[in-house]
Design a binder for this molecule. Structure first.
Ligand code: ANZ
Ligand code: ZN
Length: 801
């Protein structure tokens, strides 16, 4: 009988839907498992073949955990606020809500056609007022704890999107969304104080089961460094404060550099004789992004301040002060001591400007390059530090600086507070009002959700204002504090807001009184396994850890970390090995694959495509191989013999396959799990028959990968109930040994033959098999056998006279 995947897949999707087969149970006494994938942004393009790679992998985990008896939560929802929808709405004059609903419907039917076992009863949407009520509520709590504040900021500005961008949205000096060159603009912005959590966000990574590259990227992004702040006296009679991570190199500081924006320049204006040159340089620097300015390879530029010098506190030496754009005003103190012998950028600069290079750590050739190694060098030319290691010198100099009151230990972070304002329509309104008398006031919680007003003009104001600002009927309100006239905040939240806590809402999605009940939070939290894109490591993943820690601090959630385990999938590339994109014409549409080969084949193929963490090119030939495998499994129905157990010949293979599939799923080695099932199938075909017990086990193992076909076979073979409610098979470690081994046959100590025998062969059988070998038979013929030895799994030795 031919396998009609279309009919079978539709049949089971309908049954799962009607019976709510994959709904998480409300019973909090069962062992729980919470598997999570990043919810998509429902774009107009529909699902991409990259989405199912993540969704299918955790679907396999979720289905397996259900079969192992866990109460599984595997939810899905929509991260639906954001610019592309708003841009589309603007262009086509359709309300973003309508666009969102249409896109969501398409995504949902695509996900269902893949047979993903999401609990659709818990579907959420960040643009639903019942959802964003709680996003706004969290903002109010942050505000009440002083973690949300307004600040005049020199913010990244995209002249094309006409929107303020967070640092993370500026990639290589360009807008992450549209690719335009970004500039700066001063604006009063809502900020979230993520920096208050910087230490914990680094330290708590140690206890989490995140893949190493995720931890490393988060640590680098937060960028904690330990060093010292040091005061240098200047000839202007004041002091210049610098930040260094290498106070040990203080004797090698031969000049200073301050950022072009440093306020000292204004202060010293009367003394600086080349102010015109300085001003011209400042203007040039203002045009560049921080990214361009801090590029290592870039040619060093700068201007020496003519009229003010600094004094090195360790030796009283007068040294020049430069302004240069490689020093950023936004980091440390915006001023550095330059140690060209041991810092690459300082070395380049010193070479360009003829500054002195003094070696203070021995180990390299500072005439040729900066010597930056801190682990091996020994201090030289450094007075009382001479002979010490870098580590010892750091301690000694910091003590000395403290005694002299010229320096203190200091920890710095690269992480900046989170710019939380967007001048856009399609986002959560920030629930604050401004009163002339009372200043900024939070709206009462009873007024949540603060709904977006229904408007039709989404174009942002040219001056960088939100389109909401034009709607005075919405903007004008009364002050919650004094009852006088007040105006609403017209900025909205960034897209990252809704995704910073969505995994909590799934735990109790219909709750009207809290973001989720205490019981639900205690039972389901934390997420046991979260898979998502590497590109979200420093944004969404960090933001959501921050919000969760905050919610923990105010007693809302009972755990300080949201996710126990985090993995990340590689990208699926085009057949040509390049990134899939419309312009390259190499985009594969998942709908086409499902139509032509079926969802089970598509799922199996995406899991078979290669190591989960690595990117992999699409390969149509390999899809056909997966399809063929499923057809051969289907063919087993014509070969089934009676017998609930395993046949002797297949017993060890059965146990080994169970072990392999069970263990590989836990480490996302779906490809090798599939390979193990393929090789079991080959063995079965070699036997030309299979017991009911063997098919039963194979179907359960394959079910998480190919849920529709295995469900249908289960039913046709007359097994009880649905496979979705079956029990995952157990394996016996003792029976997992390799089924055959190669043994050597010696005659009088000399190897004469090699034989492949069953691994558990008895001594008598092994010796009999050895004697049956043609060569061996000739050698022993007519001789007296004195001794026969069998070393299990290794050799047979026959001694003859
Ligand atoms: C002297 C020195 C000697 C430095 C040496 C390094 C090596 P991280 O690890 O990133 O914190 N620095 C400090 N503030 C800066 C700013 N606003 N813009 C550009 N560079 C700045 O790096 C800290 C080091 O970067 C500091 O330590 C300082 O240079 C530089 F052999 O001070 B160092
Ligand atoms: Zn007021």
């Amino acid at each position: 009988m031919k396998y009609d995947f279309k009919q079978v897949e539709q049949k089971w999707q309908k049954i799962w839907d009607e019976e709510h087969t994959f709904a998480a149970k409300q019973d909090y006494t069962l062992p729980k498992y919470y598997a999570l994938v990043e919810f998509p942004y429902p774009s107009g393009q529909g699902l991409h073949v990259g989405h199912p790679r993540s969704y299918t992998a955790l679907d396999i985990v979720a289905r397996k955990k259900r079969l192992q008896g866990y109460n599984v939560l595997y939810p899905m929802g929509w991260d639906a606020f954001g610019l592309p929808t708003e841009n589309y709405a603007m262009k086509n004059h359709i309300h973003p809500e309508i666009v969102t609903a249409k896109n969501v419907a398409r995504f949902k039917s695509q996900l269902k056609s893949l047979g993903l076992s999401f609990d659709w009863d818990r579907e959420i949407n960040t643009t639903d007022p019942n959802y964003y009520k709680w996003t706004q509520w969290i903002f109010l709590q942050l505000y009440k704890k002083g973690l949300a504040y307004k600040k005049e900021m020199n913010v990244n500005w995209c002249p094309s999107c006409k929107v303020v961008l967070a640092n993370e949205e500026v990639v290589d000096g360009k807008c992450e969304r549209c690719g335009a060159q970004t500039t700066h603009k001063v604006k009063s912005q809502w900020m979230l104080k993520i920096t208050a959590y910087a230490d914990r966000l680094v330290d708590d990574l140690d206890d989490l089961d995140y893949i190493p590259r995720v931890k490393t990227q988060q640590k680098n992004w937060i960028g904690r460094s330990h060093g010292a702040e040091v005061k240098f006296k200047t000839t202007a009679g004041d002091e210049l404060l610098i930040y260094t991570t290498r106070p040990d190199t203080l004797f090698g500081a031969t000049y200073m550099v301050i950022a072009p924006e440093h306020p000292a320049i204004e202060k010293w204006a009367d003394r600086i004789r080349n102010m015109d040159e300085v001003k011209a340089y400042q203007a040039e620097a203002a045009k560049k992004s921080d990214f361009e300015r801090s590029e290592l390879a870039k040619e060093k530029t700068g201007v020496k301040l003519d009229g003010v010098n600094a004094i090195n506190p360790v030796n009283g030496k007068e040294i020049p002060i430069f302004i240069s754009d490689y020093v950023l005003i936004s980091y440390g103190t915006g001023a550095i001591m330059a140690v060209p012998a041991h810092d690459e950028r300082d070395w380049d600069f010193a070479r360009a400007f003829g500054c002195e290079i003094i070696e203070v750590v021995k180990g390299g050739d500072v005439e040729k390059a900066a010597f930056t190694d801190c682990a091996t060098g020994v201090m030289v030319n450094s007075g009382f530090l001479d002979g010490m290691s870098v580590e010892q010198a750091k301690k000694a100099i910091v003590e000395w600086l403290s005694e002299q009151s010229v320096g203190t230990p200091k920890t710095n972070f690269k992480l900046r507070d989170w710019v939380f304002s967007r001048q856009r329509y399609w986002g959560e309104p920030i629930p604050m009002v401004h009163c002339e008398k009372c200043g900024w006031q939070p709206i009462p919680e009873s007024e949540l959700p603060l709904r977006l007003p229904e408007i039709t003009d989404f174009e942002p104001g040219e001056n960088g204002e939100s389109p909401l600002a034009r709607h005075t009927e919405w903007v004008n309100t009364t002050c919650p504090c004094c009852g006088g006239p007040a105006t609403r905040e017209t900025d909205t939240m960034p897209q990252w807001a809704g995704s910073s806590w969505y995994f909590l809402r799934y735990m109790d999605p219909h709750n009207n009184d809290a973001l989720a009940s205490k019981e639900a939070l205690a039972y389901w939290g934390p997420v046991d396994w979260y898979n998502g894109g590497m590109e979200h490591t420093t944004l969404h993943l960090l933001y959501s850890r921050f919000w969760h820690k905050f919610l923990y601090d105010i007693g809302v959630v009972p755990y300080s970390e949201p996710y126990r385990k985090r993995t990340s999938h590689g990208m699926i590339l085009g057949e040509n090995g390049e990134k899939m994109s419309k312009s390259r014409g190499n985009v594969v549409n998942p709908d086409d694959i499902v139509n032509e080969y079926g969802a089970d084949t598509m799922r199996l193929y995406e899991m078979f495509i290669g190591d989960f963490e690595k990117s992999a090119p699409w390969n149509t030939a390999s899809i056909k191989g997966c399809r063929r495998f499923l057809e051969r499994v289907w063919g087993l129905m014509d070969m089934v013999a009676e017998g609930d157990g395993y046949s002797q010949k297949l017993e060890s293979s059965m146990h080994r396959t169970i072990k392999k599939v069970t263990e590989d799923i836990e480490v996302l080695k779906m490809n090798t799990a599939i390979a193990a099932m393929m090789s079991l199938l080959n063995e079965i075909y070699d036997q030309k028959s299979v017991t009911k017990g063997e098919v039963r086990t194979l179907l359960i193992l394959l079910n998480p990968f190919a849920p529709h076909m295995t469900e249908e076979m289960w039913q046709q073979l007359g097994f009880e109930g649905q496979i979705a409610h079956a029990q995952w098979p157990a394996f016996d470690e003792a029976k997992c040994v390799d089924s055959t081994v190669e043994i050597a046959v010696q005659v009088n100590g000399k190897v004469r033959a090699k034989l492949v025998v069953p691994a558990n062969i008895s001594k008598d059988d092994a010796i009999a098999a050895a004697k049956a070998d043609e060569v061996v038979a000739k050698l022993v013929e007519g001789k007296t056998i004195c001794k026969e030895i069998y070393v299990p799994g290794k050799l047979v030795n026959i001694a003859v006279k």
